[in-house]
Design a protein around this ligand. Structure first.
Ligand SMILES: [Zn+2]
Length: 411
């Protein structure tokens, strides 16, 4: 079994050890030392990183059979002795999060009687699962407040070992999940918990503890939070985004909510006006297009091309025009939301799909589709309006025949 130096001194960043075994673990070169300062993944705390004789560490795990600590390396060590250097920033972050978690868990127990049933230090956020049906905002705030007070009081964090028989007398927050000697982590006069993790010396080192959000999970509540440097980085990022948003809205940061609400109201009003205008436009345009309709052997032919039109209007116009009689309607609009729409009213002997395909193949693009009464295709930006006019005019002549051609004002 490897001697775990991090239990006695979690601030040991550099150490030397004797190599006990070099092996392969899950296809990777692995080393077992007689002692180590590298924490292996476990108890919600991720494993350490760093180097052994300069070789980067991929993972640190505990071997189930004998509790030996396996250091998985990028390449074989091939040495009798090793100097280990622990990635200090990563480990200290884990110490801040882990001690912060002990404090916050005790705070939830005191404020809401909510026991912590699991804990996880993630890459981004830290979570605890609370044994409680719900978590009112005021309770979360009270727990956060209490936790931060314990941080500011800079209480001592102490660890020691006890025998199983002593456990009952210690008033632990949770019962131990392992047998044999138990390691106790104590936040002075506040919390005592069995734990094998690495912790800071005094609560002041934890830094700010900030709850981010919580959600129901199974029968309990999962709370996401950050401690220390993570909390500060999060605050910096949020503050930067808040200032950017305030600048974009020409508002003070305190008035941001009101500014967004005002913007939402304005947008709603503008959308209402826009749809009113579109109603008027559709009705006026229908009248105009009906007046411009060409006579054709099968009924009427309505053709119109716009340089640009808001999306949605074209299909609406085409359907309305074709609904009221034997009309073949071909409408097109260019621009970024360009569209070609063909609609066939009752009694029209050709299908909208066929007409669409004829126009499409002559203009040389594909896409879109539809049924016999209505078909549409997005118009590629590369199609010139002049080409579009020319092709549609050709189709018109073919469909309308000579009689209609003389009725056209454009010929
Ligand atoms: Zn712990």
């Amino acid at each position: 079994m490897t001697l775990r130096l991090y239990w006695k001194d979690p601030y040991l960043w550099r150490f030397t050890a004797r190599v006990v075994e070099e092996t392969i673990h899950q296809g990777q070169p692995a080393v077992i030392l007689d002692r180590t300062a590298f924490y292996p993944a476990g108890g919600g705390q991720p494993s350490d990183r760093g180097t052994l004789n300069g070789i980067p560490m991929r993972e640190v795990v505990e071997r189930e059979e004998d509790g030996a600590i396996l250091h998985l390396l990028e390449r074989p060590l091939r040495a009798q002795e090793a100097e280990g250097i622990v990635d200090r920033e990563r480990r200290f972050d884990h110490m801040q999060q882990h001690t912060g978690q002990h404090i916050l868990s005790q705070a939830f127990l005191r404020v809401a009687g909510a026991q912590t049933i699991s804990f996880h230090i993630g890459h981004e956020v830290v979570t605890i699962d609370l044994e409680t049906a719900d978590l009112p905002e005021a309770v979360a705030e009270a727990a956060e407040e209490l936790a931060n007070r314990v941080v500011v009081e800079n209480r001592e964090v102490r660890t020691w070992w006890v025998g199983e028989e002593e456990v009952e007398t210690l008033g632990l927050r949770r019962s131990p999940s392992v047998e044999g000697p138990i390691r106790i982590v104590e936040v002075a006069d506040f919390d005592r918990n069995p734990c094998g993790g690495t912790h800071v010396r005094r609560t002041g080192e934890v830094g700010p503890i900030k709850i981010l959000r919580w959600e129901r999970r199974g029968g309990g509540v999962r709370v996401s939070f950050l401690c220390g440097w993570r909390a500060l980085r999060d605050y910096q990022g949020k503050h930067r985004r808040l200032l950017q948003a305030a600048r974009l809205l020409s508002a003070g940061e305190a008035d941001l909510t009101e500014a967004v609400q005002a913007l939402q109201r304005e947008l709603k009003e503008a959308q209402r006006n826009l749809s009113l205008l579109q109603e008027v436009y559709v009705e006026e345009t229908l009248l105009t297009l009906e007046r411009e309709a060409f006579a054709a052997p099968f009924g009427e032919l309505v053709i119109h091309v716009w340089a640009q039109l808001p999306p949605g209007l074209l299909p609406r116009l085409a359907r309305r025009l074709s609904a009221s009689g034997p009309r073949l309607v071909i409408l097109a609009a260019g621009g970024s939301a360009g569209l070609l729409a063909v609609a066939c009213g009752p009694g029209i002997p050709v299908s909208a799909q066929e007409v669409l395909e004829r126009i499409r193949s002559r203009l040389g693009f594909s896409g879109g589709g539809g049924r016999s009464d209505y078909a549409q295709a997005p118009l590629p930006l590369a199609i010139s309006m002049a080409d579009l006019h020319r092709i549609i005019e050709q189709i018109r002549e073919e469909l309308a025949g000579r009689g209609a051609e003389s009725a056209s004002s454009s010929s």
